[in-house]
Design a protein around this ligand. Sequence first.
Ligand SMILES: Nc1nc2c(ncn2[C@@H]2O[C@H](COP(=O)(O)OP(=O)(O)OP(=O)(O)O)[C@@H](O)[C@H]2O)c(=O)[nH]1
Ligand SMILES: [Mg+2]
Length: 368
Amino acid sequence: MIDYARVKIKAGDGGDGVVHFRREKYVPKGGPDGGDGGRGGSAYLVANENLTTLMDFRAKSVFKAKDGEKGEKNNRTGASASDLYLEVPIGTLVKVVDRVHKREDLVADLTDVDEKLLIATGGAGGKGNFRFKSSTNQIPLQFTPGEKGEEKDLILEIKLIADVGLIGLPNAGKSTLLNSLTHASAKVGNYPFTTIEPNLGVMDVSSLGVSYALADLPGLIEGAASGKGLGDEFLRHVERTRLLVHMIDPFLADAVKSYKAIRKELEAYSKELSEKKEIVVINKIDLSEVKDEIPEIKKDFKKFKVDVLFVSAATGEGIEALKKKISEVMQTIPKPEKYKASLSKTYTLATLPNKRMVFKGKPNRMDF
Ligand SMILES: Nc1nc2c(ncn2[C@@H]2O[C@H](COP(=O)(O)OP(=O)(O)OP(=O)(O)O)[C@@H](O)[C@H]2O)c(=O)[nH]1
Ligand SMILES: [Mg+2]
């Protein structure tokens, strides 16, 4: 589960200033000409749409930008080091560990492609002895060392971002649906918990010229909100989706009962989650047992004012209508706000989710 990493990031130190005197033929006492040191490289995080895990930050935990070069003779400033850009997946939360106050401060939520965050500023170069020359200091031996580059201990955490979350009991056909709505090829299996980490896919709605990122999530079971089954980690994924597609397999268990079981978990997890818009989808209508039940199921859901769509993720029946419905509803949901974050402000973790989540799988594309 490479969704979490602790790393130390260090900017480069500035190069030292140098002490040097001109030595020229026929000029016995050349003046001071020691140049300044170059600036150390700064370190940035950059959000990259093609990455999905923090694996690179697990293999290595200290990242350092290059130091500036020291000054040179002839008043030449040493070369500045290039900056270090560390790529992280979109949806990475960045926390700075404050050891002194024993606190973790959320400083950024990298949600946009190529979004850049300055983590540690490179140290300025030191002064060469040329700078210390004055009428009373003709032969200056002073110089200053380069400043140290900043150093930060970070916690990186991915919080999946998708427009639509596919939820439901295990085996309902969520992965099959993802595959039929997008070009994803999520693993499908006739047993519960085939999916243990979210799968992503992009659904193109060419008639509207838009596309939505869909996340197929592991199955939820009763008690998930309090950690049962694969636990509440999966509800956490759902937090950053805008719309839920709730899939039900009426062949497996009574449709209304299944529906209620999942709703209960959403409500137990958070008010925000339970208030998300939802499209309820009854799957597997290619099975005659299910087809025969359609009028009955419709009636049952009508009792508590829930509209349902009927599909077969396997044969594609009803999928176009579902696609249309998803894009219609999506048009009515505003884009979510970012975690309010900036480097100048600090936030205590008390109000923030602090558990890890799981996120793996290659997105075909992620446009938000
Ligand atoms: N007959 C029929 N079977 C389906 C349909 N959709 C999915 N299945 C089957 O149902 C089983 C479970 O499908 P998955 O897509 O893996 O279900 P899931 O909800 O992703 O399951 P988990 O990842 O385990 O939670 C597989 O055997 C699928 O082939 C459908 O529309 N009709
Ligand atoms: Mg699955």
